[in-house]
Each structure stands twice: as C-alpha cells, then as structure tokens.
Design a binder for this molecule. Structure first.
Ligand SMILES: NC(=O)c1ccc[n+]([C@@H]2O[C@H](COP(=O)([O-])OP(=O)(O)OC[C@H]3O[C@@H](n4cnc5c(N)ncnc54)[C@H](O)[C@@H]3O)[C@@H](O)[C@H]2O)c1
Ligand SMILES: [Zn+2]
Length: 359
C-alpha cells in the first residue's frame, strides 16, 4: 500500500513501503530545500535499511530516545550541536526531518518550530504510537524534570511519511503501546473504527497497520475542530490520559500502555457515575485483545501509589483548571465522550475505589 492523504490544510500524510529519497521528500514538501537535516533515534542505526539510508545524509544528528531527550534544560546544548552541523542557513533553505518515536518527534518538532522561527518539517515516525498519534496534530513538547510536556508549541509537520519497513521487528511492548492509543481512538470515534477494533482477535502488527489510516483520520477530525486547543474539543483526545500520564511517570510505563490503563479507569468511573450504562463489552476488549489489566491486578504486579503522590502528579499535569479541579473525559457510550470539570478530591477518591491508590 502506497498512498497519500491531505488531511488538513497543512499536513500531508503518506504511506510508503521504504524510506524516502531526498527527491521524494522534496516532492512531499512541494519544494527542494538545499539541506536536509535529520534528527534520528540512534537505536535505528541497528536497522539495516535505515543504516543504509542515513549514510547518505551528511547532516544527521543521532539522539537517545526517551523522556530525557525532551528535558528542557538540555535544549541549548542540543541546539548548539545542531547549529554546528547545519552551518549557515535561511529558514527557507533547510528542512528538518525527524525519524523516531514520539519522544524524538516531540523534541525535533519543537526544534523545527524555533529554529529561525520555524523551518519546514517532515516526521517519519518509527514507532506505531508515533505513526498513529504523536506525529499528527502539531503538538511539540519538552519536559521540566518529571513533569511532562510543560513546554511546547503548535507546529504541524508539513509531511508525515509513514514507512512500513521501519516497523519491522518492533517489540511486543510497542505493539501494546500503539494498541492503547488505538483503543482510545476507537472509543472516541465509535463507528467502523470501533467495529474493526472489536473484530480484532489480537492487536498484532498487521491489524494495527490496517487500522492506522482510519485511526489517524479520526485524530485529524478532532484536531481540526480545535487546532490550538482553545475550545475544549481537542481535550477529548485526553481520554484515558489524566490517570495515564501519572501512571506513565510513576511506573515508567510506555505511553500507550499507561493510556490503556487510564481508559479502563475512565470507563469504570463513567459507569460508576451512571453516565455509561453498560461498558462491559469495551472493558472486555481493553482487558482482552488489547491486554490491559484491571487496576487491582496491575497493582498486585507492581505496587499501589499513595494518594498524595498521585495528587502531586495530577496537580502538575496541565489538565488542572485550578488547584482543586480538573477536566475529565467521560464516556456515555462508545463514540460518546464528554468533558466535565471534576474536583481533584473526587478523582482521587475514585482512584482509591478502583484500587490504584491508598491513603
Ligand atoms: N505530540 C503529541 O501529540 C504526542 C502524543 C502522544 C504521545 N506523545 C509523546 O510520545 C512519546 C511516546 O512515544 P513513543 O513510545 O513512540 O516514544 P519513544 O520515542 O521514547 O520510543 C519508545 C522506544 O522505542 C524505541 N524505538 C523507536 N523506533 C523503534 C523501532 N523502529 N524499532 C524498535 N524500537 C524502536 C525507542 O528507541 C524507545 O526506546 C512520549 O514522550 C509522549 O509524551 C506525544
Ligand atoms: Zn497519548
């Protein structure tokens, strides 16, 4: 499958079999930059096809993937090194290319948005989570210590090139992580995406790959209603993320795995509040083919979190509307999300009820 979609005014999304040549990238951008600068996950050097491809670029900057890469304190030193590699350039003569997962894309996107106040930017996601979610919608992000995504810009890539060969040999954990975001989009969107998610016996690579275009389209639909997160529509994409982000930080979970756990929490709370009459089918899917665990089983394997620790994580998260309230995304059913401001106290009490926290 090789195909191109123009899903919004800015970003072109392309599905390719192999890594693109300079000419192919120029074609995607609609002009030929003098320089392509590639920021890439150094782990990819082990990937045969990638190693050959990157060898053609003299301006390449390998980085270690992960939250540390997004640390704001390290930005000046990265910029200095990048500037040295790039030499003199104008904002029109250079295009920045990111090859990696969400951490590399968030970092490179931020860099692209501030270099000379913005240079052309191509994302080539190398994890399915990035291909499905983080490469789209224009959010770039850096962390301040343990607190994620506090610094960022809106800077949609000009082009997202999704290259099938890059995903060869992706570890099982990464498939599950992509499964978490896929489950989120299926629960938000409902319709055929949910039906196909439901029909999947296992979230293996081919299943996720085949559902990618529809999941991406569902994300752009939400993003286009609220590109700069101004009217609340885009907050729907935070389904499963309030608790998810805290679990990601506390347990060091892969992002999508934490989100999958957060979806179970959101579904259970929606039911407990009487908003969702019967979430059983969705819960069975989350705990079945998607492989996430009921809270009590999860904490038996790991350890529970104190209520005060969770309170700190949530207080530092951007979703707080003031010191005592947060906006939470509930579900009235599949494809029926809604936002509601809740007290931090009620959120914490619910985490305790479900078994995530202790006093
Ligand atoms: N900007 C957004 O809208 C948005 C949305 C969701 C998540 N995010 C961010 O994305 C990040 C999580 O994404 P991620 O899991 O892709 O992160 P990641 O970049 O940390 O990648 C996860 C791991 O996979 C490895 N990896 C990358 N490509 C691989 C490949 N082809 N084969 C084998 N291993 C490979 C990496 O080296 C790393 O160890 C978080 O920082 C999160 O905050 C951003
Ligand atoms: Zn997410």
């Amino acid at each position: 499958m090789e195909s191109t979609f123009q899903w919004n005014a800015k970003t072109k999304v392309e599905f390719l079999k192999k890594l693109p040549s300079r000419e192919r990238m120029a074609e995607s951008l609609g002009f030929k930059p003098e320089k392509f600068v590639v920021i890439y996950d150094k782990r990819l050097a082990k990937h045969e096809g990638f190693a050959k491809w990157i060898g053609d670029f003299t301006m390449a900057y390998p980085v270690g993937a992960g939250e540390r890469l997004k640390e704001v304190v390290d930005l000046p030193s990265h910029l200095k090194k990048l500037m040295k590699i790039m030499g003199p350039f104008s904002s029109k003569s250079l295009a920045l290319v990111s090859v990696g997962g969400g951490s590399v894309g968030d970092f490179a996107g931020f860099v692209a948005s501030v270099l000379k106040r913005g240079v052309p930017f191509i994302q080539i996601p190398s994890t399915l989570l990035a291909a499905m979610d983080s490469a789209h919608g224009g959010k770039t992000a850096l962390n301040m210590g343990e607190v994620k995504n506090q610094i960022g810009t809106f800077y949609p890539a000009d082009s997202v090139m999704i290259v099938k060969s890059l995903f060869e040999g992706l570890p099982a954990l990464q498939l599950q992580s992509a499964g978490g975001e896929l489950a989120k989009m299926a629960l938000l969107e409902g319709g055929t995406l949910y039906d196909k998610f439901k029909a999947a016996l296992r979230l293996d690579f081919e299943t996720i790959w085949n559902l990618l275009p529809e999941a991406i389209e569902a994300k752009y639909k939400v993003v286009e209603r609220d590109p700069f997160e101004k009217n609340g529509e885009r907050q729907m994409l935070n389904l499963g993320h309030s608790l998810g982000h805290a679990l990601e930080s506390y347990y060091g979970l892969a992002h999508g795995v934490a989100v999958g756990q957060g979806l179970i929490f959101a579904a259970q709370w929606s039911a407990h509040q009487g908003y969702w009459r019967d979430p059983r089918e969705a819960l069975e899917l989350l705990q079945g083919s998607a492989g996430f665990l009921p809270a009590k089983e999860f904490v038996k394997k790991h350890r529970a979190m104190s209520r005060s620790k969770l309170s700190r994580y949530i207080s530092e998260d951007k979703k707080l509307t003031d010191t005592r309230h947060l906006t939470f995304v509930f579900l009235e059913g599949v494809g029926k999300p809604f936002r509601k401001v809740v007290t931090l106290e009620s959120f914490l009490t619910e985490t305790q009820r479900q078994g995530w926290t202790y006093v």
